[in-house]
Design a protein around this ligand. Structure first.
Ligand SMILES: Nc1nc2c(ncn2[C@@H]2O[C@H](COP(=O)(O)OP(=O)(O)OP(=O)(O)O)[C@@H](O)[C@H]2O)c(=O)[nH]1
Ligand SMILES: [Mg+2]
Length: 231
């Protein structure tokens, strides 16, 4: 597993499939299927991220935005945006080592909580996208993820006019647990997006590994939160 995580999938050829042009069918061999969420506030780059990484033509549910939406969604930093995702994004990425990641892009606003809870079922972890121009906008989704007991990593997307901060400052602002991975990425870059997702997968697998070790320790209590099912 480590080897799969230490070498990001080659752009355009993760495990033999080309981005957005690969076979929609998985190879006929044992593979580990993992469901992950890509979550974050309005306009932070969720659709872009999944589009950059998916080896099959990603599913998107983009619709033209209306004036009404401006009343509820913060348009700061995304003034030129003309469409928004009205349901989910979905994409797939196969990593070397027969690990198949299913990515579900979900809105981060709390008003979508019922939808969010359905999509989150069975997920192993979540990648939270954040923008330094409006870091606090990611808090709602981080809260929902924590309430759902999911492990997560944070990817700070680089937009041209986003202020850059030292990672320690970002961690402080986001109030991250020391173990929670934080990466900076440009969601339009396949390599950088892959690195962000791999940071999440590495974190989730480490946690699961530790939990398995703890569970096999004689006399250990099982009262804490259990790992999520895989898809
Ligand atoms: N410079 C830069 N632009 C980005 C990045 N990620 C996304 N964008 C741009 O930001 C805009 C919004 O990106 P989307 O992928 O639509 O964001 P989203 O989170 O899916 O938006 P909603 O579904 O409406 O919540 C698009 O014009 C992207 O090209 C990034 O990392 N860097
Ligand atoms: Mg979107």
């Amino acid at each position: 597993m480590d080897s799969a995580l230490s070498s990001p999938p080659s752009p355009g050829d993760p495990a033999g499939a080309s981005a957005a042009g690969g076979s929609i069918y998985l190879e006929d061999k044992p593979q580990t299927l993992v469901k992950l969420l890509v979550a974050g506030p309005f306009g932070v780059g969720k659709t872009t991220f999944i589009r950059s990484l998916s080896e099959t033509a990603p599913l998107h549910t983009e619709e033209v935005m209306t004036q009404t939406g401006a009343l509820v969604d913060n348009l700061a930093g995304v003034r030129d945006k003309t469409t928004t995702t009205v349901a989910i994004d979905f994409g797939r990425l196969t990593l070397p080592g027969d690990l198949v990641l299913y990515m579900f892009g979900t809105p981060g606003q709390r008003r979508f909580r019922p939808l969010w809870q359905d999509i989150a079922r069975g997920a192993l972890g979540a990648l939270v996208l954040a923008d330094t121009r409006r870091l606090a906008d990611s808090f709602e989704v981080m809260d929902m993820i924590e309430e759902a007991g999911l492990r997560y990593a944070v990817a700070v997307n680089s937009f041209p006019d986003s202020p850059s901060h030292h990672p320690d400052t970002l961690r402080d602002h986001l109030d991250l647990h020391p173990d929670t991975p934080l990466v900076v990425c440009d969601a339009r870059s396949r390599d950088q997006s892959a690195d962000a997702l791999i940071a999440l997968v590495g974190h989730v697998l480490e946690v699961l590994d530790q939990q398995q070790k703890d569970d096999s320790t004689p006399g250990r209590q099982h009262g804490r939160q259990q790992p999520q099912e895989t898809a």
